[in-house]
Write a protein that binds this ligand. Structure first.
Ligand SMILES: C[S@@+](CC[C@H](N)C(=O)[O-])C[C@H]1O[C@@H](n2cnc3c(N)ncnc32)[C@H](O)[C@@H]1O
Length: 222
């Protein structure tokens, strides 16, 4: 066994989750040209199908990955800021969505200044469970809500605390909070979608079938 195995690092008191900062998706990003595919997520499709978006719409995509959701809004004419701590993700995204006008930020969301009432839509698709503490999730949700204009939308997709098979994500320890906790963050907002469902999938770089429990929310700021 290598001196730098996960077990030996843990024995030395090293925080192994730190090694997988961002959720440990970099192996996947480096193995395939587009880990998450080119189609936007189902909630983004649902929102875009209303057709109410154009050049005056400002969108923020936190934990954008390769930018499949950013690209969909950018192609609808919106001004899009996309933030991810993974350079391989952003490199893939720049190649996969070269036609889409996206402002990329290779930054930790905890360091990103969202501003006040600056965005019409904020997307957090697969981000929250990657953060290392519930307190970070709580603080980013508060920041995201503050950054959203009145009448604007938050689009959220996150692992919740029900069942997961993490065999396809070795070493990843997601922060899992109840579905009801996420919904309660939006108690004063108007929810057009709030679901808790199972996702069965396999990622293209390792092909391992597995499942997650997912909270999905579309919320409008009063
Ligand atoms: C499950 S992926 C989803 C990517 C993309 N939103 C999508 O739906 O295709 C989660 C993304 O969040 C990013 N991420 C995790 N923690 C982050 C952090 N603290 N700051 C910025 N990005 C982060 C990861 O690098 C990864 O690209």
């Amino acid at each position: 066994m290598s001196l730098l195995s996960k077990g030996s690092l843990q024995n030395l008191g090293y925080d192994v989750k730190q090694e997988l900062h961002g959720g440990g998706y970099d192996d996947g990003y480096m193995a395939v040209p587009c880990l998450w595919g080119t189609q936007p997520g189902s909630l983004v499709q649902e929102v875009l199908s209303t057709g109410n978006f154009g050049s005056s719409t400002k969108v923020l995509d936190l934990g954008c990955g390769e930018g499949k959701n950013s690209a969909a809004f950018a192609r609808a004419g919106c001004e899009v800021d996309a933030v991810d701590c993974s350079l391989p993700a952003i490199t893939n995204g720049r190649n996969a969505f070269a036609d889409a006008q996206i402002r990329w930020f290779n930054q930790d969301v905890l360091d990103f200044v969202c501003g006040r009432e600056r965005y019409d839509v904020v997307i957090c698709y697969g981000l929250f469970h990657c953060l290392r503490a519930a307190s970070s999730i709580e603080s980013i949700i508060a920041r995201v809500q503050d950054a959203t204009r009145k009448g604007g939308l938050n689009i959220v997709c996150a692992f919740n605390d029900r069942s997961h098979d993490l065999s396809a994500h070795p070493g990843f320890c997601p922060t899992l909070l109840p579905h009801t906790w996420y919904v309660s963050r939006y108690a004063r907002w108007s929810l057009s979608h709030a679901s808790d469902s199972d996702l069965h999938e396999a990622h293209p770089h390792n092909g391992i079938p597995h499942h997650h429990s997912l909270t999905r929310i579309i919320a409008r700021k009063p």
